[in-house]
Design a protein around this ligand. Structure first.
Ligand code: PMP
Length: 399
């Protein structure tokens, strides 16, 4: 057998190992406490009931669940998605919804359709690392806009739009996680939502709203998705990953019908359609279980874990350290006091058997090395507390 060196396409170099993936492997080591990956806790799932649904799916739907199906998604799954969206206060028509293999694929498809190489996507600073991978892979640039605990600052957004346009680069869309952001945990206030939607409409910039965490609130505040405010200029990305199971790989997008049709063509080219087995299971989870009760119980678990982590950070972080206090979702961002040595901190933490994701992963320019993303979604409370203790020790040991 001859072995030739593979001649990769130039874009292959743009798919680099993500820091999140490598810490994911480290998180699996025995004795390691993981504040890294944003995995949902599946222990509250009604496992027997889901097992019944899965068995019944094959026995009942049989060939239909195992056959090729329409590329938009199964009608029943789309109706289940509409029910989930109604629970968030959004009424999206059937022909606006496209089922995807997770919302990650929805973002990949949208970026493929909307962004040419050299275009500049605008996003929050910091933003979802998986979105940065999509934008980078498709050779788009990224301009990140300052946020505070109420989300994106409209004035900073306006200034960024002007700055990008002055360079001659086109802006294909604004990408935002407005509710319980990954990694920030921040949520846009109602006033900010209105201002951002209004500004983007005025500037002719499409908004891509990524909302996997919106239903996992720790309070009663209703955070109406941007999509409900301007369905003609906002594309909504939704997912079953955090409210049911990430392993089923079923997400969706809601978009104006013309764009939705284009998305379907791209989905057909990439995967033909999302997994039918996953779609049927997700659909049956919505139609045949108390899914709202499940989401409420999940949110209660994450709420208690947030409290446990915050209390432990209070106890163990060096004076001058700050962190965000999310009202839902999975994550907080910790900012170390100025002057704290950060080189080698991740290694020191891993030696102390705790792992997190460096904040620089969430910045296109790799800045913010003095920040850390901590996830409280996966570990139980006593381990979150111990993780924060080990982390505090690792920080002090370097100082
Ligand atoms: N967007 C955000 C903000 C996320 O946090 C995640 C998952 N970590 C995704 C998208 C991807 O979700 P999915 O499993 O639906 O592809």
């Amino acid at each position: 057998m001859t072995s030739h060196p593979l001649a990769y396409a130039a874009r292959a170099a743009r798919f680099r190992p993500s820091g999140v993936r490598s810490v994911f492997d480290i998180a699996m080591r025995p004795g390691m406490i993981s504040l890294a990956g944003g995995s949902p806790d599946l222990s509250v799932l009604p496992r027997e009931q889901v097992a019944e649904l899965a068995a019944g799916m094959i026995r009942g739907a049989g060939p239909d669940a195992l056959q090729y199906q329409p590329a938009q998604g199964l009608d029943g799954t789309i109706e289940a998605i509409r029910e989930v969206m109604r629970a968030e206060g959004v009424d999206a028509a059937h022909d606006r919804i496209q089922v995807t293999a997770g919302s990650q694929m929805g973002l990949q498809v949208l970026t493929t359709l909307l962004a040419d190489p050299g275009d500049t996507v605008i996003a929050e600073a910091p933003t979802y690392v998986g979105a940065l991978s999509v934008f980078g892979g498709l050779e788009a640039r990224v301009a990140q806009v300052e946020i505070d605990e109420h989300g994106m600052l409209p004035d900073a957004l306006e200034a960024t739009i002007a700055r990008v346009r002055a360079t001659g680069s086109r802006i294909p869309f604004l990408y935002t996680v407005p509710t319980f952001g990954n990694p920030s945990g921040a949520s846009m206030s109602a006033a900010r939502r209105e201002a951002v939607v209004e500004l983007c409409r005025r500037e002719g910039i499409l908004i891509v709203e990524d909302n996997p965490y919106g239903m996992l609130a720790f309070d009663d505040e209703h955070r109406l998705p941007l999509y409900a405010r301007d369905p003609e200029n906002v594309v909504y990305l939704g997912s079953f990953s955090k409210i049911f199971s990430p392993g089923v790989r079923v997400g969706w997008l809601a978009a104006p019908p013309e764009l939705r049709g284009r998305v379907q063509l791209a989905v057909e080219a990439m995967t033909i359609h999302a997994s039918v087995v996953g779609q049927v299971l997700a659909q049956r989870f919505i139609t045949e279980t108390d899914w709202r009760g499940h989401v409420r119980r999940s949110a209660d678990v994450y709420h208690a874990r947030r409290d446990a982590l915050m209390a432990a950070l209070d106890e163990h972080m060096p004076p001058g350290t700050t962190w965000t206090r999310p009202h839902g979702g999975f994550f907080t961002v910790v900012t170390l006091p100025p002057g704290t040595p950060v080189d080698g901190l991740l290694d020191a933490a891993i030696d102390a058997r705790v792992v997190y994701v460096p904040g620089s992963e969430f910045m296109a320019d790799g800045s913010r090395a003095d920040t850390l993303r901590l996830a409280y979604s996966f570990e139980p409370e006593h381990r979150l507390a111990e993780g924060a203790r080990r982390l505090g020790e690792a920080i002090r040991a370097l100082g």
